[in-house]
Design a protein around this ligand. Structure first.
Ligand SMILES: O=C(O)CCC(=O)C(=O)O
Length: 241
């Protein structure tokens, strides 16, 4: 897929986002730059680049004990890394956040999501934002596939127009049948580097990776810079001013 040239959303993309709760933005970075993001995250997982206190969670599907492993499930705080920060600051994301949120923007969460080769754990149907315990409620997530994402390697699935779902985490069989029935599910198969933006309240989930290659992705939760954690009063790293 050739990278998009426009750093603005078209009317059709805005409409689709508003109506369906998500829209595909294509690839926004050249392939070599996506490769660089992949190499960089591998270097962070293998401990070649280290950041004090960076939140790194190993995948429960792996029995690996060493810290230097590619079997991580989540790595947060990637705005601290200059290679990831440059991606977060992409002019298209500046445009989107300005239109949807405002001038001063922070990242609640800039997170690597990984399903290691032949591993990973299923992620239940959930909305982003409710459990984050922040005010105001986060608006939107921008999700980038660092590897091609397929049904076989556990791509994200979403339920279009589910932003009015009253339950934040849909786990019980009867709730799944009501709010996330199979006929409403869309598998977000994505090419390497492809970007999807979705409303934070859209139900999404993912399964495991049954292939022998990792399924890496990068998810950014942009929020208004005034956003604070309800209990601690904490604010979040600013990326656009
Ligand atoms: O990559 C995944 O499997 C899950 C992504 C997700 O839940 C998110 O970006 O909010």
């Amino acid at each position: 897929m050739t990278p998009r040239e426009s750093t603005k959303l078209t009317e059709q993309e805005w409409e689709e986002y508003q109506e369906e709760g998500y829209t595909r933005l294509g690839v926004v970075y050249p392939e070599e730059a996506i490769d660089r993001l992949c190499e960089r995250i591998d270097e962070i997982m293998l401990g070649k680049i280290q950041y004090d206190g960076m939140l790194m969670e190993k995948c429960p599907s792996s029995k690996e004990e060493a810290d230097e492993t590619l079997n991580y499930r989540k790595i947060q705080d990637l705005e601290r890394d200059p290679v990831y920060l440059a991606y977060i600051e992409h002019p298209l994301f500046r445009h989107i956040t300005r239109e949807l949120i405002g001038e001063d923007i922070s990242v609640f969460r800039s997170m690597f999501f990984n399903k290691p080769a032949n591993g990973g754990i299923p992620l239940v149907w959930h909305q982003d934002g409710r459990s984050w315990n922040v005010d105001p409620y986060p608006v939107m997530t921008i999700y980038t596939a660092l590897d091609p994402a397929t049904k076989a390697n556990g791509c994200v699935q979403i339920i279009p127009r589910s932003d009015d779902c009253p339950i934040h985490t849909v786990e019980q069989e009867e709730d799944i049948a009501r709010f996330a029935p199979p006929e409403n599910r869309v598998f977000l198969e994505m090419e390497k580097g492809e970007v999807v933006m979705f409303k934070a309240r859209i139900l999404h989930s993912s399964l495991v990776n049954t292939t022998d290659r990792p399924r890496r992705a990068f998810s950014i939760g942009f929020v208004d810079a005034s956003t604070t954690h309800r209990e601690t009063g904490r604010t979040y790293p600013r990326v656009f001013v």
